[in-house]
Design a protein around this ligand. Structure first.
Ligand SMILES: NC(=O)C1=CN([C@@H]2O[C@H](COP(=O)(O)OP(=O)(O)OC[C@H]3O[C@@H](n4cnc5c(N)ncnc54)[C@H](OP(=O)(O)O)[C@@H]3O)[C@@H](O)[C@H]2O)C=CC1
Ligand SMILES: CC(=O)N[C@@H](CCC(=O)OP(=O)(O)O)C(=O)O
Length: 345
């Protein structure tokens, strides 16, 4: 059994990890932290876990985290990097759901996250935890930077076209929408029911931290400088993310060839569903599941290809993806504990 700990077990990605890992046949939940709920049985806070998780929360400084084989940090940016060096030295693997290890350049991290990096020496070895792009590296990693939710949709949508050198890397556009759970469980005026329901707005238009993360990863697959215009929106949903991606084709290619390219690229990816050309994927077809669905369009058969991508931000966008990485790191089947079908309605 894999002894697993979760730092930040009371947040939305933390409780999603608990839901997934409590049903994982090779996992023994060993430590779950919360500063605010120290001593409280997990199932008292989350009755959905009654009979499934018998642990109590403990404060991070009281929990002996070195008993774990792997620790998930479902915490705000800046927490994992303070503890990762000691944990790795003690032989504990680390999967960070925040951004501490996503950007290789510490100056870029500092620019976007407004804090100095606590352990820049670990950045070169951290593996970006997107299995569809990095499966082999994840298998042998001990430190995983789990991708941001928006970057997961943008990377998996643009990657096949960029890798095949079929699009102009300098004019990528992503128009994306997500629900309020993306902002976490902490209190914030913008995510109050009276503010977010019956409302719709863009945010971070002049700069969102997921743009540099996405560009850095896409750049690995392009000899041309990658440039991305990314506009996120908050929509009145709880879970879910929809990205509409636009790219300009630079080669003569048929719609059938584009479709075949995506189908071939993701034929061995258990959590990517390449839908028929011209389909309209819906966020609820992914709710509670680790599937990411995408579909290609070519308006007017012109030189713009539109890729529609949907996922559950808490699953493929966060906790599900992190468990997918853990499965690879410990030699479990990639889909173990992740085979839920989406909830309808
Ligand atoms: N929500 C989403 O859709 C996604 C989130 N992420 C990232 O995952 C991480 C977690 O997000 P989310 O679950 O939404 O966040 P939440 O705000 O819902 O939860 C944060 C958790 O971290 C704990 N925590 C806060 N500060 C500290 C600290 N200094 N030390 C230890 N524990 C702390 C909190 O518990 P307590 O205060 O009791 O200790 C709580 O359990 C974030 O970095 C986020 O950016 C990534 C992709 C998608
Ligand atoms: C609605 C909302 O606020 N969404 C979050 C989603 C980002 C996220 O959670 O991912 P990170 O780990 O990269 O922060 C945002 O745009 O900041």
């Amino acid at each position: 059994m894999i002894k697993v700990g979760i730092v930040g077990g009371t947040g939305y990605t933390g409780v999603e990890l608990l839901r997934l890992l409590s049903g994982h046949p090779h996992v023994q939940l060993t430590a779950i932290t919360s500063r605010k709920e120290d001593g409280l049985p997990v199932a008292d806070l989350f009755p959905s876990l009654r009979g499934k998780v018998n642990l109590a929360f403990s404060a991070p400084d009281k929990a002996d985290l070195t008993r774990c084989d792997v620790l998930f940090f479902a915490t705000p940016h800046g927490v994992a990097m303070e503890q990762a060096p000691a944990l790795l030295a003690a032989g504990v693997m680390v999967i960070d759901l925040a951004a501490d290890f996503r950007l290789k350049n510490p100056a870029t991290f500092e620019q976007w996250y407004k804090m100095p990096h606590a352990c820049p020496e670990l950045l070169p070895e951290a593996v970006y935890g997107l299995p569809e792009l990095n499966r082999e590296a994840i298998r042998s990693a001990r430190l995983i930077a789990n991708p941001g939710c928006y970057p997961t949709t943008m990377l998996l949508g643009f990657y096949p076209l960029l890798n095949a050198n079929l699009i102009d890397a300098g004019t990528l556009i992503a128009d994306a929408k997500t629900g309020v759970s993306g902002a976490g469980r902490k209190t914030e005026i913008a995510t109050l029911f009276a503010e977010a329901s019956d409302n719709f707005k863009a945010y971070g238009v002049s700069g969102h931290r997921h743009a540099p993360e996405t560009v850095a990863q896409l750049q690995r697959f392009s000899s041309q400088p990658v440039s991305l215009i990314f506009t996120p929106h908050l929509v009145p949903m709880i879970r879910g993310m929809h990205a509409t991606l636009y790219a300009r084709l630079t080669s003569d290619v048929t719609n059938e060839q584009l479709q075949a390219l995506f189908e071939e690229q993701y034929k061995d990816a258990p959590f990517i569903d390449v839908m028929p050309f011209g389909a309209h994927p819906e966020t609820r077809s992914t709710r509670g599941s680790n599937m990411l669905r995408l579909a290609l369009h070519r308006p007017g058969n012109g030189d713009t290809v539109v890729i529609l991508v949907v996922q559950d931000n808490l699953m493929k966008g966060a906790a599900g993806q992190a468990v997918q990485c853990m499965n690879l790191m410990f030699g479990c089947p990639e889909t173990e504990g992740l085979q839920h079908t989406a909830l309808l309605p």
